[in-house]
Design a protein around this ligand. Structure first.
Ligand code: ZN
Length: 607
């Protein structure tokens, strides 16, 4: 025993002495000067041992040094910009595992989801009018959703339901037809310009219209004012005057015939620019996006003009595997800015509409177990054995990464079966199969997650939102496996975080990572309910939450060698925060602000 110890000490001494000349040689050589030095920080690197350090040096968009304030000085040259962090907290840039950027960009352009007063509504309209060329439609809206949210989370703290007053915006929207909707499509509102386009007289809407052949508007008959005609009801104020609001099944059909099928490319580029500003503001430096191909083109254009300030992992639909394969796209395709090689499929519905697929019926509806998505069924909606699996086998064989939306416990269970089948038929390899959302897992399936090397692509803020009605829908027992981040992690699966930005028409999931981190460590609503958290045994530590939002998403994208932690040779993407998250209470996490966002060594947000 003694001699073994002596040998160990001797070996240690050898390795220490041999290390010293190398270090001093490096110092003497004095490395090329850095472009940017950040010093005097509290830098949480998210390397394999969660090293805390003081300084970094960046050159050519990569970290060239990570270490002490003293040693970073070697990288200081005449042109080097130096930022004194004054003790502020630094993390690798946040890496969001799930966004719908095109929808988010459109949502940011105009929405009144959170509007509670007419003046807020008018301000939002004024804002979008200032940004749009004449003639462009104003669309979206989704009013009323936030009222519902507030009522649910704050518990009876409900204000008067808000409804937009179209007359308040008439004067400022003369050059813009405007057609907006309530969050649940139970009501719509149009301004005079939009009503005229569809042939409805704004002052006297007794003449409804429908689109004729070739898209032209044909007037139909005359009906008494205020009656329901062709599935359209014109709503009136207390004095009996039409107020621009419409109800009924016929409304969308009438407007769909005249609203442009898609936005102009210029408008989408502008929307994307605004979305990028939002992303920078929250310290997000990488997103995994599931938008359309035009969005991918826009990223490429903005990359050329140096306007792309977030790196993108891009996932087309699973049914497009052949096209990707023909274009020789596989895991690893693309570059550090725009990465391809993964596909996204869906197998079931969502909790919000009780269409997520469960092994047992919904607790509040014994006739319902949820629905399969089209790639699982035939035209009549009947389950087709092996249909979805075939897509997976083919895509996997082509070297593409498969990621699949699964919410209910049966959906997750079936996908794990399919993954086992992939291993059997295509052989075991490092697939990083992503269970997208992984919302409700059956008790027996947790151990399979780890065994199969699954990546759970979860969006923790969903839990803050959904916990209000989860138990009513699926009962307390099944809720034990819902958003069960601790059990997922403990199974050995890789847990990665994101947002699902912008959310649904009824709930907004902002791109702000603090909301998700807060939800994962507290398991509470934004107002702190319930005390102690919902199934608090599933809370995870702040260190685990940070890793899930940085390194683990890079791993999920097959990019952990170049992204996800602050280490030499990796891309220099980081965020400086107003607080030390390691010592922050849940409330303080929510209040934490981004001071700087740095992408590829450039300050893209902050001073
Ligand atoms: Zn989504």
């Amino acid at each position: 025993m003694k001699s073994l110890l002596r040998i160990t000490i001797a070996l240690l001494a050898v390795s220490l002495t041999s290390a010293i000349p190398v270090t001093s040689a490096q110092q003497e050589m004095s490395p090329d000067p850095a472009d940017l030095i950040l010093r005097n920080g509290l830098i949480y690197t998210v390397d394999s041992t969660n090293t805390l350090t003081e300084a970094v040096a960046i050159r050519g968009g990569k970290f060239v040094f990570v270490g002490s304030n003293r040693d970073v000085n070697r990288y200081k040259g005449k042109q080097t910009k130096v930022i004194d962090l004054k003790g502020q907290f630094v993390l690798p840039g946040f890496n969001d595992n799930h966004v719908h950027l095109a929808s988010a960009a459109q949502f940011l352009e105009f929405n009144i989801m959170r509007a509670a007063t007419q003046s807020e509504f008018v301000a939002r309209v004024r804002d979008v009018v200032a940004r749009l060329p004449k003639g462009e439609w104003i669309l979206g809206g989704f009013w009323g959703a936030y009222d519902q949210w507030a009522a649910g989370s704050a518990g009876g703290n409900r204000r008067e339901a808000f409804s937009p007053d179209m007359r308040a915006v008439e004067a400022i929207t003369k050059d813009h037809p405007m057609f907006i909707r309530k969050f649940d499509d139970s009501e719509f509102a149009a301004n005079a310009a939009a009503l005229r386009v569809v042939g409805i007289d704004p002052a006297d809407p007794k003449v409804p219209a429908t689109a004729g052949a070739g898209g032209e508007i044909r007037r139909q008959g005359t009906e008494p004012a205020g009656s329901k005609v062709e599935g359209v009801e014109f709503m009136r104020d207390s004095s009996g005057r039409f107020n621009g609001h419409l109800r009924g099944r016929g409304v969308t059909a009438i407007f769909a015939a005249v609203i442009p099928k898609k936005f102009s490319h210029e408008r989408r580029v502008q929307q994307t620019r605004n979305a990028l500003a939002e992303i920078r503001k929250y310290g997000v430096t990488n997103v995994s996006d599931m938008s359309d191909d035009e969005q991918l083109d826009i990223y490429r254009e903005l990359l050329k003009t140096n306007e792309l300030t977030v790196r993108v992992h891009f996932r087309p639909g699973l049914d497009r595997w052949q096209e990707m394969s023909d274009r020789r796209i596989a895991v690893g395709s693309g570059d550090e800015w725009i990465r391809l090689g993964a596909l996204k499929g869906h197998i079931d519905g969502i909790m919000g509409t009780s269409t997520a697929r469960f092994l047992q019926p919904y607790s509040n509806d014994p006739s319902n177990r949820g629905k399969w998505r089209p790639l699982m069924v035939d035209e009549k909606g009947n389950f087709v054995e092996g249909k979805f699996l075939k897509y997976m086998l083919d895509a996997d064989h082509a070297g593409l990464q498969i990621t699949v939306h699964a919410i209910g416990d049966e959906a997750n269970n079936v996908l794990l079966n399919y993954l086992e089948e992939l291993n059997r038929q295509n052989g075991v390899r490092d697939r990083r199969f992503r269970l997208v959302h992984a919302q409700v897992i059956a008790p027996d399936d947790f151990k399979r997650l780890g065994k199969l090397g699954v990546v759970a692509e979860v969006q923790p803020f969903h839990l803050s939102d959904d916990m209000r009605w989860m138990e009513e829908r699926i009962g307390r027992e099944r809720c034990k496996g819902a958003y069960a981040f601790k059990s997922i992690k403990d199974s050995g699966a890789v847990l990665c975080f994101g947002t699902d930005w912008p959310g649904t028409s009824a709930s907004e999931y902002p791109i702000n990572p603090m909301l998700g981190i807060y939800a994962a460590v507290s398991r509470q609503t934004l107002s702190g309910e319930p005390p102690g958290g919902w199934f608090p045994e599933q809370r995870i530590s702040i260190e685990e939450a940070i890793r899930a939002y940085t390194y683990n998403t890079a791993y999920a994208n097959f990019e952990e060698k170049t992204k996800g932690s602050i280490e030499v040779h990796k891309v220099a993407d980081l965020v400086v925060l107003s607080r030390n998250l390691l010592q922050a209470s849940p409330r303080e996490i929510l209040e934490t602000r981004v001071v700087y966002t740095i992408v590829a060594g450039k300050v893209v947000y902050g001073l």
